[in-house]
Design a protein. Structure first.
Length: 428
């Protein structure tokens, strides 16, 4: 099975679960991910103060529907969990159409889409439906029922996984698990992160890897409140994965000054895997957990990786029922998101400052480093090899050299191995 198909199947399995920022949907999601990678699952009590925030009560929902006067269910949460505002309070009441309309949310510009709406910090109840359906509702009494509850003795659930490397310096990969049934803005992140973690568990790594699966915003605030000191000391690069499973664009959400090692690595990779056709967004267009990781005083070198970013005009399905596993997120899109992330990770693993061990040009022929047959393309390889060593002055790292000589780092990896074997270059 291809990696894209495998990730798509994971996303299909996770699709029906009703996730929110707290509750059993998050736990069910982690129970599934735990079968793929050995995550640690942590519960933090509701009411805990975390920096300027307080963890809200845990919310769970069992069923929700609207019945017409004849008793037909015209909306059923069991069919699509976007139909209920996340964090809706309980209700069981017969009401008029006029009153019902005060609690219905639609998208007039996308009349066939059900919007995704949340109300985490203000108590209310509401239903979401297509605008077409709203227009079809007739004057009669409706029976509305939301069987949900808030538990102040509950907790917020998150998970992490530390994969130790040769050094304590670490790379952060963070994603969120708080959206109900949506594909790109939700499931693409956790499935790509899980696959990357699974791969790094199989290899010997230079860096330590910290994978974080959290509810967006409150989760990263909680996580930082527990791990800030260590993360500030050790983090060399960090990525927030979001909307990384469609097959349209490759996008980067830069760090505040777009000047970190992570920015440099992500741009080199995005440029090369997209044929120089990627989108680079400023930190002013942030929207996910980089808001916390890059906050003043936190200052981690974190960049967002996306295929087609949330709020991008190419992603009209964002935060609606149209963000699905058929038309938006595809196996090819997920495979691209996986490659994007793995290429960044693999580049970091090799991104040393290389220094030539001889003075003047090395003689490649006597070491058997010339390609056996001289063709146009093998001549290019030799040019690239000689260009590479021409910049191995101990000041340039792998990305610097590849950017100067105009090649993708993956193409340099084979000369680096040969050069190192022949003791022509070294790292300091
Ligand atoms: Zn979202």
């Amino acid at each position: 099975m291809t990696i894209g198909l495998e990730l798509h199947n994971w996303a299909k399995d996770l699709w029906p679960i009703c996730r929110s920022i707290t509750g059993n949907g998050v736990r069910q999601t982690f129970d599934y991910l735990k079968k793929i990678i050995p995550i640690n699952i942590i519960e933090v009590p509701c009411g805990t103060q975390v920096f300027d925030w307080v963890i809200p009560d845990e919310w769970n929902i069992r069923e929700a529907w609207i019945k017409d006067a004849q008793g037909n269910k015209i909306i059923d949460f069991a069919k699509n969990n976007l139909h209920v505002i996340s964090y809706s309070e309980a209700i069981d009441k017969r009401i008029s159409l006029a009153e019902l309309k005060n609690h219905i949310y639609t998208l007039p510009d996308q009349p066939n889409a059900v919007p995704y709406i949340t109300s985490y910090y203000k108590r209310r109840w509401g239903f979401c439906m297509t605008h077409d359906q709203l227009k079809s509702l007739t004057e009669q009494d409706y029976h509305v029922c939301i069987d949900s509850n808030f538990n102040s003795a509950g907790s917020l659930t998150y998970a992490d996984l530390i994969i130790p490397g040769k050094v304590v310096q670490e790379v952060l990969i963070s994603t969120y698990i708080c959206h109900p049934s949506m594909a790109n803005d939700e499931l693409s992140g956790p499935v790509v992160a899980a696959a990357v973690a699974r791969e790094l568990l199989r290899t010997k790594n230079y860096y330590t890897y910290r994978f974080v699966f959290i509810p967006e915003t409150i989760g990263s605030v909680v996580y930082l409140s527990k791990h800030l000191e260590q993360m500030k000391k050790n983090t060399v690069a960090g990525f927030v994965l979001s909307c990384i499973g469609d097959n349209k664009n490759y996008s980067i959400l830069s760090s505040p000054y777009a000047n970190t090692l992570t920015d440099k690595v992500a741009e080199h990779v995005a440029k090369n895997i997209s044929n120089n056709n990627f989108k680079k967004f400023s930190f002013l267009e942030r929207g996910s957990d980089e808001r916390q990781y890059c906050a003043p005083g936190v200052d981690l070198p974190v960049v967002g990786l996306c295929r087609t970013k949330y709020m991008d005009e190419d992603f009209p399905e964002y935060h609606t029922s149209l963000d699905d596993l058929e038309n938006v997120v595809t196996p090819e899109g997920l495979a691209g998101g996986y490659k994007f992330t793995m290429d960044c990770v693999n580049l970091l693993e090799k991104n040393f400052k290389y220094k030539l061990s001889v003075l003047c040009e090395p003689q490649l022929g006597k070491r058997g480093l010339y390609p056996a047959i001289s063709t146009k393309s093998s001549i290019n390889v030799v040019y690239n090899m000689m260009n590479f060593v021409a910049y191995c002055n101990g000041k340039n790292d792998l990305v610097d050299i590849c950017e100067i000589i105009g090649i993708y780092y993956r193409d340099a990896l084979e000369y680096i191995e040969d050069f190192e074997k022949n003791k022509l270059i070294h790292t300091e």
